[in-house]
Structures are given as C-alpha cells and as structure tokens.
Design a protein around this ligand. Structure first.
Ligand code: NAP
Length: 467
C-alpha cells in the first residue's frame, strides 16, 4: 500500500509528537516530512526550556528517536514562506500539519514600553538559549525571514542590558517569568554547569543584578506557576524572597490544587522572612505597571495597585510603588502569528480548527491539520503537546478511514521541489554532527554540552554548506 505523505511544519515538541503519533499507528503506512526554518530540530525544547532545567531539556532525546525513524525525514533550514509557499508544499504531500508554535510576544500597551531596556521575555529566553535569530553571525549575515517577527534585541544588546542591570522588573506570574527571574539572579557557578552558549555564560558572569521585582496583576492565588518551578526559587543560594506583607492576603477563595500549593509556598516564604542575602526576589501582587520611566534607557516602573471589583473586573486601586528598573521584562504570554496561506484567527492568534482539522472559509480544509500552541494557544507544559497531537492525528487518520484523504503523492516530491530550487536541507546526520560538536565542546569545559548559538557555527559543525 502506498504511504500517505504528511508534512509537518515545525520540529518542536508539538510537531514531533504528531510525527510520533503517525508512526505509532499501524492502520496506514506513512511517510512524514518534518520541516523547520532553523537548521536544528526541537523548537522550544532547545530554544525555550531554560538551560538550568536539564531534565526537561533531555526530552530532546525522546524527540530525536522519533525524528530518526525510517519513515520520518527532517528538513532543517527550510522556511515555509521563504523557500516555498504553503500551497507549493501542499502540492507535494497528501496532508500537512501546522505545528509552528507561537513565535511572537504580547505587549503591555503602556507608555515607555519602547524604551531601551524594555524587552519581551521571549527575546531574553531566545538569547540565553542560544537562538541563532538573537545571535547573528559576526559578519552580520542574518537569515532572510520575511514572515518572522524580528527580535528587538540581539546578543550584543542583551549582553549590554544584562551586564548593566542592578534592579530588574519582570511583569507576569507564569512559568516563563520564573525562568527569567532564575536566570537573572542565580549564581554564575550554577549556570556554568548548564549547556548555555559560552558567550551567554560570559555575559551572565558579568551581571551585577541584586534585585528582581516580580509583578502579578492579580493576587497570590491567581498565579500560573507550577508549584515545583515556584519552589525552586526558594532554594537559590544567596537569594532572599521578599513578599510585601500588604500583598500577602492569602485569598480564601483560592481555587484549584495548584493555586493552593502555590499559596502554601508563598506563605512559607513570607513567614521565613529575610536571611540577610545580598540578592533578593520581590513579589508584588495586586500590582501592575502603568508607565515605564526613563531617558532613552528605562530606569523605573510606575505601578498601581489593583483589585477585583464586585463585577469580577480587575480595576485600579490606588498608586503602587515606583520600582527601580534597569531592565523590564514583560512575561505576559506568547502570541501566535499568521503564516501566509494558512487560515488565521487574528482575535485568538491561532489557526481556526475543530479537533485539529483546519477550518478554511467556514469549512474543513481537506488535508490541513494543526497542533500545538498555534492550535490551542500558548498554554500547557511540553507533555500537553502529546495529547494535543494525538487528537489531531486521530482526526487525520479518521479522514483517511472515511476516504476524505487519499495517498496521491510520492515521498520524494518535496525533496525534488527543494533540490530544484538549490535548497539542500539539513537532516538528522547533520544534527548528529552538531550534537557531537556541542558535546565535545562542553566536555572540554567540564560540562555535558555547550550550545552553538551562531548559524555559521551550526553549519560548520554539520559540515554542511550554508546558502
Ligand atoms: P502564562 O502562564 O500564560 O502567564 C502569563 C502571565 O502574564 C500571567 O500571570 C498573566 O496574568 C500575566 N499577564 C498577562 N497579560 C498581562 C498584562 N497586560 N499585565 C500584567 N500581567 C499580565 O504564560 P507564560 O509564563 O508565558 O508560559 C507559557 C506556557 O509555557 C505556560 O503554559 C507555562 O506553564 C509553560 N511553561 C512551562 C515551563 C515549565 O514547566 N518549566 C517553563 C516555561 C513555560 P493573568 O493570569 O492575570 O492574565
């Protein structure tokens, strides 16, 4: 029986879990092409999970096993939108699954947000994870990616900003905020054991951060933290946690087990008080920023207190503290972007779908599916993508069983189209050479691996000619 050729756009966890779900079933043969605009796979597992969370980063090994299966082929450094259109891709395969995530960030929409020193968490994360978009090649050659959000900072700017920050403000109380806080404040000795790129480690070694202020616009019972990640902050060497007693109104209306556990952790910290450390994390609940103040570079954040009124709406409740800030990181969620040729709901910033079947002009689009953050929004932990991908692949397999999808294409058609354009994608052999180079480099420095941040270094390690 001829295999069904399925292309997956995006090699992050959502895309690879979809490939896994396709490979694990035995009803129909499949040939899966996983495309990524970056030369290396793994998406947010490589470029989003904090380097000081090695066990979560090691999910990469499981994802790598799927990409190495005989029925799966990785097409690295192939950008849908730049190298071929969605329509052209669809013309070479039987079905396509959009798994391109949520690459952009949400904004606060307050005065001063454009000041130097005001950045999105997504940018700082990309920097400390060694993302090539934020680590441009030294010759200035950057990949021409017309459809990608352009990062507002590059490695030089991040190094300058982090190196000249004593007090930082992080807006938002989700897990990304926790990652950012830890990386900004944790001792260099801890970070030196991670797989961070050398230049990032060097920049962080030059830090003089003493205070990080975390702003939650609602109460301590309304955080989006997972408790394990929250608790980790309390174990950082040489760091005190300061919770303003005014804010410490442990809300009896707290709902849900996670919120209660988080309240317990915050409450313990509030009771523990200062241990006389020279660095501090301050939590300010019921507080939101109203203006970033600065002259070119941000130097403080004006805040206001908030409360929930009788209608359940979050409203202002008088002025809050003005906080010193050389760096303001907004960690208020990611946002999906439109990919030309793919239906997109601007309001929800997602691809419209039902159970993973893409809705185009009000009806189901034959052979188009969606999974991951661009399907459900930027929520959930890595594992959430697995059940999400299973739902999408189940819809695809049902459509095959119902005769909605037929196997018309040859697995080689995509490769031929790309070759005809002079595009030579990186594959898993290239990844293995990059992997070996990163391990060798790390081990020469007494750690497990060292991330190669520059595109040119990735290509050199892969022994693959760049375009
Ligand atoms: P998130 O969990 O949605 O948190 C966003 C935070 O921003 C919320 O506290 C939200 O408050 C706040 N916020 C939104 N708009 C705001 C505004 N205008 N002003 C002030 N605050 C605002 O998003 P995230 O932290 O970016 O994380 C994304 C996903 O990745 C989450 O599912 C997260 O669990 C996951 N993740 C997991 C890990 C891990 O497991 N280690 C690590 C990183 C990320 P409200 O609740 O009031 O809206």
């Amino acid at each position: 029986m001829r295999p069904y050729v399925v292309a997956i756009i995006g090699s992050g966890p959502s895309g690879i879990y979809a490939a896994e779900a396709l490979c694990q079933q035995t009803d129909v043969p499949v040939a899966v092409a996983v495309l990524d605009r970056l030369p290396v796979p793994f998406g947010l597992v490589r470029y989003g999970v904090a380097p000081d969370h090695p066990s979560i980063r090691s999910i990469r090994n499981i994802l790598e096993r799927t990409l190495s299966r005989p029925e799966v082929r990785f097409y690295g450094d192939v950008s849908v939108g730049r190298d071929l259109t969605v329509e052209e891709l669809r013309g070479t395969v039987d079905a396509v699954i959009y798994a391109y995530g949520a690459a952009s960030d949400r904004r606060l929409g307050i005065p001063g947000e454009e000041l130097d020193g005001s950045i999105a968490a997504a940018e700082l994360v990309a920097w400390y994870c060694g993302h090539p978009d934020v680590h441009p090649d030294l010759d200035g050659a950057a990949a021409d990616e017309p459809d990608q959000p352009v990062p507002a900072i590059d490695a030089a700017a991040a190094t300058r900003l982090v190196g000249s920050t004593r007090s930082a403000v992080v807006v938002g109380v989700g897990n990304v905020a926790l990652d950012v806080v830890r990386i900004l404040i944790r001792p260099t000795e801890d970070l030196a054991r991670t797989d961070m790129a050398e230049e990032v480690l060097k920049a962080l070694d030059g830090r003089a951060v003493t205070d990080v202020h975390v702003l939650g616009r609602r109460g301590p019972a309304h955080t989006s933290f997972t408790t394990k990640e929250l608790r980790e902050l309390g174990d950082l060497d040489g760091v005190d946690i300061v919770i303003d007693p005014f804010d410490h109104d442990l809300d009896p209306a707290a709902v849900g087990k996670v919120a209660l556990r988080n309240l317990g952790v915050l409450s313990d910290w509030a009771e523990r008080g200062s241990r006389g450390a020279d660095r501090r994390i301050h939590f300010h609940f019921w507080t939101r920023p109203t203006t970033l103040v600065g002259d070119g570079r941000v130097h403080s954040v004006i805040t206001e207190r908030t409360m929930i009124d009788s209608t359940g709406t979050l409203v202002a409740d008088g002025p809050g503290p003005e906080l010193p800030a050389d760096l303001v990181v907004r960690s208020v969620g990611y946002r999906g972007t439109a990919l030309p040729g793919v239906p997109y709901d601007e309001g929800k910033a997602r691809v419209p779908h039902a159970e993973g079947r893409v809705i185009r002009d009000g009806s189901f689009a034959t052979g188009e599916y969606v999974t991951g953050w661009i399907k459900r929004g930027p929520t959930g932990v890595i594992g959430t993508n697995k059940s999400d991908a299973v739902e999408t692949v189940t819809s695809l397999l049902t459509d095959i069983a119902d005769g909605e999808l037929t196997a018309r294409h040859n697995p080689d058609e995509l490769g031929r189209l790309l070759a005809g354009r002079g595009i030579d994608p990186l594959g898993m052999g290239d990844w293995r050479r990059i992997d070996a180079a990163e391990i060798a480099r790390g081990q020469s420095q007494g750690r497990d691996r060292a991330t190669l941040a520059h595109r040119s270094d990735l290509f050199a390690a892969a022994e693959h000619e760049d375009r």
